[in-house]
Design a protein around this ligand. Sequence first.
Ligand SMILES: [Zn+2]
Length: 163
Amino acid sequence: MSTSTFYEVADDRPAGAGLVAAAPIAAGTAVADFADRPVHTVPSVYTIQVGVAEHVDSPTVRYLNHSCAANVFVDTVARIVITMRAIGQGEELTFFYPSTEWAMVRPFACLCAAPDCIGMVQGAYFLPSDVLARYPLSPHIRKLDADRGGPSRDRPPVPGSGS
Ligand SMILES: [Zn+2]
């Protein structure tokens, strides 16, 4: 397993193993780089989606857990993990899985307890476009979302609205 000065793998997270800040990390810091990892055409429970049909498994980035109030962003173009805000020592590094994953191999119920928690984490496909729009998204997710017909495709009709 590769090591990082920014985080360590902790196996005591509610969702299983996770990455925990080993020291305070400033906002905008690239804490991991997975550009050297091979690209697969088939996803697994460990991969991160980096393109419409491209998936990468990194031996450490695979431990990044999901949160609906994430503190890091997985940049699938630069293939780095970057902090979106300052992170305190001992705080878990988390990213918003639907920002990279369109349809996940193994959906799960989110435990993040954020006020706007999405509940079931299944991939961006399963979220309405207007919910997705609240989050930073990877280019392939933006493209797949746009290709399915634009904003609010999944919003149910409002009774009495005349539409
Ligand atoms: Zn959540």
